[in-house]
Design a protein around this ligand. Structure first.
Ligand code: GL7
Length: 809
């Protein structure tokens, strides 16, 4: 985008006084950020309008991605980059004695998601727009984001995150596009004069769903898609029904908080209401938009694709059916075929405790008409499958089981496509977790390995590395990330390897400065930086990492003369507030950190840094500084992982189990450039089957393990009396559900190899370079292209020569 500099300065002044009634000098960085955001939004408005009009006039097929979570990260810098204004604006502001980077930091980072699933949704938004694929996101505008994490004496404490405190410059409230969502009451069917069955509703609670739209700006292509977040309000003219406080509160509460539990299902009524609220509002607005086109309802699947991000928005299926049946008066048979054609579903986990199963009575009470449809679907499904597969199979794959609606079953049956998020995960779905469904519908199952946007995770987060790549391989990789592989030809070039090391060192220094400022801890930027950043969960095995640290600590203490590679272990992780065990692990890591960091005998040889309140913005600071990426989940448990891809893209070497997308990372980078350890998924399943794993035996026979575990309970690690015992118990007496002791030895050996390799900077830098050069295939651009081609059947609106995706890696 072109900018007139004089114009821009004038506008900046004008907006400043317009918004705040003072001069620029009087404004806080946060206010100046708001001014700049307001301006940039206005500049982008034209393309946004243009894109919307184009989609409408050309009647292109559009995708609607439904997700209960998004983690977009700060938007100012990303928008400037995608509008190709980053350098220009930085320069103009400098002229005005303003520092762009200070304004960038003043933006709040909207945490409307928990972890990988929410961040994936945002990477996908960025890729859709950047590929010119007509695709909108639908989500909830939570008033409070994921809690803010504080550490008090090493314990996690949760504080509400009021992210809208200063308003949100990027959103546009579209009151005129609001819809009514109905809850509760009774729904009766009666026959109208034409013989159609129509529902009659009584005593429903009507809630207004107001959309707030945010521009999703494509990468330098003039395409701007929309992220639509819905907010609940009392409908105007219905205030009379809301005279009592409890009713008012039930509306206000609806879009207030994000559920902070990512791997656990909680059958809470409020969550169910949130899910239906999103689905109903989104589906209604899609159908209203579609009806503006001069098309019949029978053709809707040719123009609309609806994607369900995990089962959370699976009520899209019966809600879509409800509208076609009740409001459009279509027949069941027709509606069913159209629905399946329109819907597709991604599964993001095989963890049983995360599988949504709603009690029937809850659905009956909350969404009675929708429940009738689910019940009828279930009846027809069983009736159809019994003659084909027998009763047992029919009931095992039923939607309603034991008084609960199984949302995964609903999503599979109601979609034409079911995908996993990495090859291994998809195979587990097909052959273990959902094997019955794979027998029923083999053609529905497919894999779409996750991806990440190289724009945020390299161009924005790592400007130094971006510049280096530009110098070495040109700039084409920015539009076609497959070109990153050209970087491989510099693997033997000493100068490039040194430059790469310099870039890493700069990023490490930047992070070290943050650590000094935020935690008042000095870390040596020449030490090896080892990073594990992700939600805290037993299956991700942060515990294995900290047990290794304890082991290392003993080694240093016992062998003061030994030449040990200095390492800084960096953690970032939030635990769900109700997940006690995860909180114990946080406390343990913090206690170990205190012990180690304050021990003068250890010095720079070992430091442990646990950053508070990990999220997208901290990831942007940590990832460019990382040299080792810890991807150490128990094989089979991590559906894909995406931080593994981001860290690789930034030159970190991975210590990995063969889990999730680690397997594909290994395939691309090669065995020599990754540190593998631990059980394979197959071995884990074998243990499940034969039940021969006995963790206590390892404790009793392996002196290293015993020593480390005893430290949890004998006072060696200060202030973890309760936590230490609970953790010790789970590992030794409760048979170590996640095979931590089983993998411990193999993990130590992998870590020894890491230390050894780091002694040889040439080799290390070479492997780092090869990781960067092999990360192109993990661009979300490729992932989205595959979704668009194989599931949604939606084309880019960009002219052929501007689509940079010809070469699939
Ligand atoms: C997750 C998976 O755990 C994670 O492995 C995957 O990368 C991510 C995106 O597909 O989805 N599933 C899930 O429920 N959460 C995830 O992060 C919260």
């Amino acid at each position: 985008m072109e900018l007139d500099r004089t114009d821009f300065k004038k506008n900046f002044q004008r907006v400043t006084t317009g918004l705040y009634g003072v001069d620029i000098e009087e404004c806080s960085p946060s206010q100046l950020y708001t001014v700049l955001g307001t301006l940039i939004k206005a500049y982008a408005g034209e393309d946004w309008n243009k894109t919307k009009k184009y989609y409408e006039e050309e009647q292109v097929k559009q995708l609607y991605y439904f997700s209960m979570e998004y983690l977009p990260g700060r938007m100012l810098k990303s928008n400037l980059l995608n509008l190709d204004l980053l350098d220009t604006v930085r320069d103009i502001l400098k002229d005005m004695h303003l520092d762009l980077d200070e304004l960038i930091q003043a933006e709040v980072d909207p945490a409307l998601g928990n972890g990988g699933l929410g961040r994936l949704a945002s990477c996908f938004m960025d890729s859709l727009a950047s590929l010119g694929i007509p695709g909108a996101g639908d989500g909830i505008r939570y008033k409070y984001g994921l809690f803010q994490q504080k550490f008090i004496e090493g314990h996690q404490v949760e504080v509400p995150e009021n992210w809208l405190r200063n308003g949100n410059v990027w959103e546009t409230r579209r009151e005129n596009k609001a819809v009514i969502v109905r809850f509760g009451g009774q729904a009766y069917l009666y026959e109208d004069a034409n013989g159609h069955l129509v529902p009659f509703y009584q005593n429903t609670q009507n809630i207004l769903a107001v959309p707030y739209d945010t521009a999703v700006i494509g990468y330098q292509n003039e395409i701007i898609n929309t992220l639509r977040l819905w907010s609940a309000e009392i409908p105007p003219h219905e205030e009379i029904h809301y005279h009592n406080l409890a009713d008012q509160q039930s509306v206000n509460q609806l879009t207030e908080v994000l559920y902070p539990d990512d791997s656990n299902y909680e059958g809470r009524l409020l969550r169910l209401r949130q899910e239906y609220f999103l689905c109903s509002a989104g589906i209604q607005s899609i159908i209203r938009y579609y009806k503006k086109m001069d098309r019949t309802m029978q053709e809707i699947a040719e123009y609309v694709a609806i994607h369900i991000n995990d089962t959370h928005p699976a009520l899209c299926i019966p809600e879509f059916m409800r509208i076609l049946l009740d409001e459009e008066q279509m027949s069941w048979g027709q509606v069913w075929e159209i629905t399946k054609k329109t819907m597709s579903y991604t599964n993001h986990t095989i963890m049983q405790e995360a599988m949504e199963k709603w009690p029937v009575y809850m659905l009956e009470e909350t969404i009675p008409r929708v429940y009738q449809i689910i019940e009828e679907l279930n009846r027809r499904q069983i009736e159809k499958k019994i003659p084909l597969y027998g009763e047992e199979m029919a009931y095992r794959t039923a939607i309603i089981q034991e008084g609960h609606v199984n949302m995964a079953h609903l999503a599979i049956i109601g979609s034409h496509s079911v995908n996993g998020v990495a090859q291994l995960h998809t195979n587990l779905l097909k052959h273990e977790v959902l094997k019955e469904f794979n027998q029923l519908y083999p053609a529905k199952f497919n894999n779409k390995t996750n991806g990440i946007t190289q724009r945020r995770w390299l161009q924005l987060a790592n400007e130094e590395l971006t510049a280096l790549l530009d110098r070495k391989i040109g700039t084409e990789w920015k539009k076609n990330p497959a070109e990153l592989k050209i970087f491989k030809s510099f693997a033997e070039d000493e100068e490039t390897l040194n430059e790469l090391a310099e870039v890493k060192l700069k990023n490490k220094k930047r992070f070290a400065a943050y650590v000094k400022e935020a935690l008042d801890i000095e870390i040596d930027p020449t030490a090896l930086f080892d990073v594990q950043i992700k939600r805290l969960h037993e299956y991700k095995r942060q515990l294995l990492n900290v047990l290794h640290i304890i082991h290392r600590y003993f080694d240093i203490k016992e062998n003061p003369e030994k030449d040990i590679q200095p390492r800084v272990f960096i953690f970032g992780a939030k635990a769900a507030p109700s997940y006690l065990y995860a909180k114990y692990v946080i406390k343990l890591i913090n206690s170990v950190a205190k012990l180690v960091n304050e021990d003068h005998a250890v010095g720079d040889k070992l430091k442990v840094i646990f950053v508070e309140n990990y999220g997208v913005s901290l990831a942007e600071l940590i990832i460019p500084a990382a040299e080792v990426s810890e991807q150490i989940s128990l094989a089979s448990k991590e559906a894909s992982g995406t931080s593994n891809m981001k860290l690789m893209l930034n030159g970190a070497l991975t210590v990995a189990t063969l889990d999730g997308a680690n397997v594909e990372i290994r395939d691309h980078v090669g065995d020599d450039n990754i540190f593998l350890f631990g059980l394979t998924a197959e071995e884990v399943y074998q243990y499940y089957q034969d039940g021969t794993y006995q963790s206590r035996e390892i404790y009793e026979t392996n002196p290293q393990v015993r020593k480390v575990l005893n430290a949890l309970i004998d006072g060696t690690i200060p202030d973890v009396l309760e936590e230490g015992h609970v953790i010790f118990d789970s590992l030794v007496n409760d048979n170590d559900e996640y095979f931590i002791l089983k993998d411990f030895d193999s993990y130590l050996r992998a870590q020894e190899k890491v230390d050894e390799l780091y002694q040889d900077p040439h080799k290390w830098n070479q492997k780092s370079l090869l990781n960067i050069a092999s990360s192109g295939p993990f661009s979300a651009d490729f992932t989205i292209k595959r979704y668009a081609d194989e599931i949604w059947h939606i084309d880019s609106v960009l002219p052929e020569e501007e689509q940079h995706m010809h070469h699939e890696p």
